[in-house]
Design a binder for this molecule. Structure first.
Ligand SMILES: Cc1ncc(COP(=O)(O)O)c(C=O)c1O
Length: 393
C-alpha cells in the first residue's frame, strides 16, 4: 500500500492548504452521456469562432514566420488595442499600463503574490469564484467574506472589512461568478473611494462585462479609480477560454515587480496567441462574435428563468442576470443539502450543477446552487431544470 502523499513528501505550506477545485472534479462526472450539465462555467464550444481563429493564426505565421514562434516581450499592438478598449470603457490608461497575462486566473495569482503574504487578511465576496478562494485562502490568508446583495457587495460590510486594513480585496463586479449579480454604478464609485480611503489594493476581477445581454458593458470600478484599483480583463469569456489570454491594468510604478513575478511563473504569454488574437481584433471580428454569443446567452437565460418559474416558484428564489453565464438558486428549505444530493442528481436524475457551498468562504450556503445557462441549448436547459426539480422535490 502506498503511504499518503503528505507522509512521503514534505509539501510547502501553499500546497498543503490548496484545495482541488470542486468544479473541476464535478465537470469530470458531469460529462457522462445523457447528463445535462448546468455545472460548467463555459461558453458553448459550438459558438466559438474556430475557423476565424484558424485563419488569423495562419495569416500571422505566413506574415511573421519564425518571429511569431519566438520568445518575445509583450506584443505592443495588442497592448495598444487593450488600452483603447479600456479607454472606450471609461478608464484613462496608456498601453504601458497594460500587462498581458495568460488569463484572469494568472492575474489573480500575480496580484495576490504582489500584495498578500500567508497569514495576512484578505477581503472577498462571501460567495466567490473558486479561483479567488485559491489565491487567498489557498495561500494561507485569513479571509473576510462580505455579503453580496442584488446590486453587488454590501458597502457597509465592505467598509467594516477595509477598516481592518486587509492586504488585498477582490471583487467580481459584473455578472458575478457565482451569483450572477452586478454591482451598481454608485457602488462601484463608492468601492473605489473606500479602497483609496483605507489604502487597500482592490482587484477588480472582470472576465464577464463584455457578456452584457444588451451589448452595453457596465463601466469598470477602475473608471472611478483614485489610485487603488487593479483591473483584470480576459479574452476567455468574450472570445475563447482556450486562448488563455488576459491583462492586468496597473500603474507603471509596479510594472517591474509585476513583470518579474510573471517571469517567475512562466516567463511570458505565447507570442503566436498574442499575435493571432490581435489579428482577430484588427479584422474587427469581435463585435459580430459578441452579438451572436450574447444573443444566444440571453435566449438561454430566458429559457432558464421560464423553467425556474415553472418548477421552483414557491420553493426557491433565484437571481435574474442581465449578462454573464450564471444564475444562483436559493432553496427555501434551509436544511436542504445540495452538496450531498449531487451524486444522486447526476447518477439518478441526469442533471449536474455546482453546489453553492463550493463558492462560500465560510462553508455556508448548503441550500444554494449555481446554475449555468451558456453551455446547453434552451431545450436542454428546460429539461435540466425539470430534472433539478425532481432532485429537490
Ligand atoms: C470570476 C472569474 N475570475 C477569473 C476566472 C478565470 O478566467 P481566465 O480564463 O481569464 O483565467 C474565471 C473563470 O471562470 C472567473 O469566473
Amino acid at each position: 500500500m502506498t503511504a499518503p502523499i503528505m507522509d512521503t513528501y514534505a509539501l510547502s505550506a501553499e500546497a498543503r492548504t490548496l484545495e482541488r477545485s470542486v468544479m473541476r472534479e464535478l465537470l469530470k462526472r458531469a460529462t457522462a452521456p445523457g447528463v445535462i450539465s448546468l455545472a460548467g462555467g463555459l461558453p458553448d464550444s459550438a459558438l466559438l469562432p474556430a475557423s476565424e481563429i484558424a485563419e488569423c493564426a495562419a495569416a500571422v505565421l505566413r506574415r511573421d514566420g519564425g518571429a511569431a514562434l519566438q520568445y518575445r516581450p509583450m506584443f505592443e499592438p495588442l497592448r495598444a488595442w487593450i488600452a483603447d478598449h479600456m479607454r472606450q470603457r471609461g478608464v484613462d490608461v496608456d498601453a504601458k499600463d497594460i500587462y498581458i497575462t495568460n488569463g484572469n486566473q494568472q492575474g489573480l495569482t500575480i496580484l495576490s503574490r504582489l500584495f498578500l503574504s500567508p497569514g495576512d487578511l484578505a477581503v472577498t465576496g462571501a460567495y466567490t469564484f473558486t479561483g479567488v478562494r485559491q489565491v487567498t485562502q489557498g495561500r494561507g490568508a485569513r479571509v473576510i467574506g462580505v455579503p453580496v446583495e442584488a446590486d453587488g457587495v454590501d458597502l457597509g460590510a465592505l467598509e467594516a472589512a477595509f477598516a481592518q486594513r486587509p492586504s488585498l480585496a477582490v471583487l467580481i463586479p459584473s455578472y458575478q461568478n457565482p451569483l450572477g449579480v452586478t454591482l451598481s454604478d454608485d457602488k462601484r464609485r463608492a468601492a473605489a473611494q473606500l479602497a483609496a480611503r483605507y489604502r487597500v489594493p482592490l482587484v477588480e476581477d472582470d472576465p464577464y462585462s463584455m457578456l452584457a445581454f444588451d451589448g452595453t458593458p457596465p463601466a469598470p470600478i477602475k473608471a472611478y479609480d483614485e489610485g487603488w484599483v487593479f483591473y483584470l480583463g480576459s479574452f476567455s469569456k468574450m472570445l475563447a477560454p482556450g486562448l488563455r489570454l488576459g491583462w492586468i491594468v496597473a500603474p507603471p510604478a509596479l510594472g517591474t515587480r509585476i513583470v518579474t513575478l510573471r517571469e517567475s511563473i512562466d516567463l511570458e504569454s505565447s507570442t503566436l496567441i498574442q499575435r493571432t488574437v490581435h489579428e482577430y481584433l484588427s479584422r474587427e471580428l469581435l463585435p459580430g462574435h459578441l452579438r451572436r454569443l450574447n444573443a444566444a446567452n440571453r435566449d438561454r437565460c430566458a429559457a432558464m428563468m421560464d423553467a425556474l418559474n415553472a418548477h421552483f416558484s414557491g420553493l426557491a428564489d433565484w437571481t435574474r442576470p442581465t449578462g454573464g453565464l450564471f444564475s444562483w438558486l436559493t432553496l427555501h428549505d434551509e436544511s436542504a443539502d445540495t452538496m450531498s444530493r449531487l451524486p444522486d442528481a447526476i447518477e439518478q436524475h441526469g442533471v449536474a450543477y455546482v453546489p453553492g457551498s463550493a463558492f462560500s468562504v465560510d462553508g455556508r450556503g448548503s441550500n444554494t446552487v449555481r446554475l449555468n445557462f451558456s453551455a446547453c441549448t434552451s431545450d436542454q436547459i428546460r429539461e435540466g431544470v425539470a430534472r433539478l426539480r425532481d432532485v429537490f422535490a
